[in-house]
Design a binder for this molecule. Structure first.
Ligand SMILES: *[C@@H]1O[C@H](CO)[C@@H](O)[C@H](O)[C@H]1NC(C)=O
Ligand SMILES: *[C@@H]1O[C@H](CO)[C@@H](O)[C@H](O)[C@H]1NC(C)=O
Length: 202
């Protein structure tokens, strides 16, 4: 794909794999078509390929990366009166192993986390997205969420947002993989997991 065409795509998801296959087709179509102006900052759920980084570097680099993930999570939680998440090095290393495997085996496609005990938010970007930017794309789904009746606007996705603000989730760990073409796959794992059907996040 021509880098200029999908240069700024950022795709958040908590979707099930079956849905992702559909979105992948959509994404490829978007990338293949002449760049529509509105795709410049497209924020749709999707799937795609990527390679690894994130937990590299010394402890300072790791701490800085953790803050980049954690701070926007906890700002979004504070905004609705939910206590902060704490960083889990164990979840971060699990996430790092998962995205590394995605990179090696399936070109950084979104991960099927259906069998995981953890909550999982993912984001694929066609460029080297900063962690804070990816988390911001999850938080941005909150604009479609109505807490009063615990619903998401028709045709929208709110799952990455509701996981971010899920009160009973206590800890998070994240990692990112970088693909050959410069795309990134980002994964955050949450324990305990959120998005329990029929329950309100907070
Ligand atoms: C790295 O972290 C240590 C311990 O937190 C700190 O003392 C040191 O100043 C940091 N170094 C840099 C370059 O940030
Ligand atoms: C939930 O509340 C919003 C805002 O008042 C409203 O637009 C929406 O229709 C409601 N959804 C349901 C399912 O009641």
């Amino acid at each position: 794909m021509a880098p200029s065409r999908c240069h700024r795509l950022l795709l958040p998801t908590t979707m099930a794999p079956a849905c992702l296959a559909l979105v992948l087709v959509l994404l490829l179509a978007l990338c293949a078509a002449p760049a529509p102006a509105h795709a410049a900052r497209a924020l749709t759920p999707g799937r795609a390929g990527a390679v690894t980084k994130a937990q590299q570097g010394g402890s300072n680099a790791t701490a800085a990366a953790a803050d980049e993930y954690l701070t926007p999570h906890n700002q979004a939680r504070a905004a609705v009166g939910v206590p902060p998440l704490r960083w889990s090095a164990d979840l971060a290393s699990t996430a790092a192993a998962v995205v590394a495997q995605q990179q090696r085996q399936v070109g950084c496609a979104f991960v099927d986390m259906g069998g995981s005990p953890y909550g999982a938010n993912q984001g694929w970007a066609s460029y080297r997205a900063r962690p804070a930017e990816v988390v911001a794309s999850w938080v941005a789904q909150g604009r479609y969420y109505t807490h009063a009746n615990n619903t998401c606007a028709p045709g929208q996705q709110c799952g990455t947002y509701t996981q971010v603000v899920w009160r009973r989730s206590a800890e998070v760990g994240c990692a990112q993989a970088t693909c050959a073409a410069g795309a990134t796959l980002t994964l955050c794992l949450y324990n305990p997991h959120g998005n329990v059907q029929g329950q309100s996040p907070y």
